[in-house]
Every structure is written in structure tokens, then in C-alpha cells.
Design a protein around this ligand. Structure first.
Ligand code: 5GP
Ligand code: MG
Length: 177
């Protein structure tokens, strides 16, 4: 099976997007120390670049949920397979995800985090579908919107491949191979 990759967001564009988001966090949380919680695995590169563009103190943790696994069709429930071990009660939390598609993953995680009584909780996503439904949770901080098509690179995978690519690409399954 061959797959064709088409770059839709270059590394340089990603750098600019991420630095912009980092500046906004630096300003909005000027007198605070937010807890940034990334969703594994897809957000690991985004988080790494993001926190280095923030100049206030931040704490970092990750949660792992599983919907796609090794399949490319999502199941309905996002199971938490690695949970945060930070005490976020009374803290300012920013949940960071790579891409919001239907929004069900972040909805589930937000609901779970809210039960831990943070002082505030905001949602950040690098990518979101342009045609996301009205019921889809709106990120407080968004990198950029994208159209349809499965994207890989900059942390995002297709069957665990392509996470290392510096660009965000749309993947198209080629004929033959
Ligand atoms: P949602 O619950 O919003 O429908 O799905 C969000 C999760 O599905 C994302 O965090 C990501 O892990 C995965 N996902 C959705 N769309 C894509 C895509 O185009 N490419 C990749 N690699 N993952 C995606
Ligand atoms: Mg994800």
C-alpha cells in the first residue's frame, strides 16, 4: 500500500502559529502558573514547541486517551489510559490537543478534569476542522482550521507512522502497491 502526502502547513508556518499561541498564553496568564495538559500522543511535538515559546512559568503534564488505536476509524468512547498525576484543584488548566475533529475526545477529557475542581480550564487545539458541527466544543486558543482529509506529521500519525514529519500533511491512499 502506498500513501501520498501533501503538505498543507509547512514547518515555518507551524512555527509562526505556535509562537503566536505561546505569546497569547504568556499575556493571558501573566501573573499565573498554568498547568498545561497535553493529550498523547498527538500533541507531544506541539506541546514541546509551545511551552518553549511561553515566557511565564508553566507546569506540564499529559493524559493519554485512546480512540483510534491502530485503526483509522474512531470508536465512540475515549478511554483514559494514562491520567494526570498533578493535583489540579484550584489551578488554571489549559488542555492542549493536536486536532479537534468531532470534539468528543476533548469533551470527555474536559468533563473529567472539571470534576477535579480546577480554578479555570481552557481548551487549546493546534487544528480544528472548518466544518465542525455547532455542538463541537470551541477552543479558547486555536492554531488554525483545516478542511477534510486525514492529516499527519508534527506529532500526528497514521497507524503510528509520520509523527516525526516537520510539516502537517494530508494523507491520500494511492492506488496499487
Ligand atoms: P475527535 O474526538 O475530536 O473526533 O477526535 C480527535 C482525535 O482524533 C484527535 O486528538 C486525534 O488524535 C484524532 N484525529 C482526528 N482527526 C485526525 C486526523 O486527521 N489525523 C490524525 N492523525 N488524527 C486525527
Ligand atoms: Mg489526539
Amino acid at each position: 500500500m502506498t500513501e501520498t502526502l501533501k503538505t498543507i502547513i509547512t514547518a515555518a508556518e507551524l512555527n509562526e502559529i505556535v509562537r503566536g499561541l505561546g505569546s497569547r498564553i504568556t499575556l493571558d496568564y501573566a501573573s499565573k502558573t498554568p498547568v498545561m495538559i497535553g493529550l498523547l500522543k498527538g500533541s507531544f511535538i506541539f506541546m514541546a514547541d509551545l511551552v518553549r515559546s511561553i515566557t511565564i512559568p508553566v507546569e506540564v503534564d499529559f493524559i493519554r486517551t485512546s480512540r483510534y488505536g491502530m485503526s483509522d476509524t474512531p470508536s465512540n468512547e475515549a478511554a483514559v489510559t494514562i491520567d494526570t498525576d498533578l493535583d489540579i484543584r484550584g489551578r488554571d488548566v489549559i488542555l492542549v490537543d493536536d486536532i479537534i475533529d468531532t470534539g468528543r475526545t476533548v469533551e470527555g477529557v474536559l468533563a473529567r478534569l472539571r470534576t477535579m475542581r480546577p480554578a479555570s480550564i481552557k481548551l487549546m487545539a493546534l487544528l480544528m476542522r472548518r466544518n465542525a458541527g455547532v455542538e463541537c466544543p470551541k477552543p479558547d486558543y486555536l492554531g488554525t482550521t483545516i478542511g477534510e482529509g486525514f492529516v499527519v506529521g508534527y506529532g500526528l500519525d497514521y497507524k503510528e507512522r509520520y509523527r516525526h514529519l516537520p510539516d502537517v500533511c494530508v494523507i491520500e491512499e494511492g492506488r496499487g502497491g
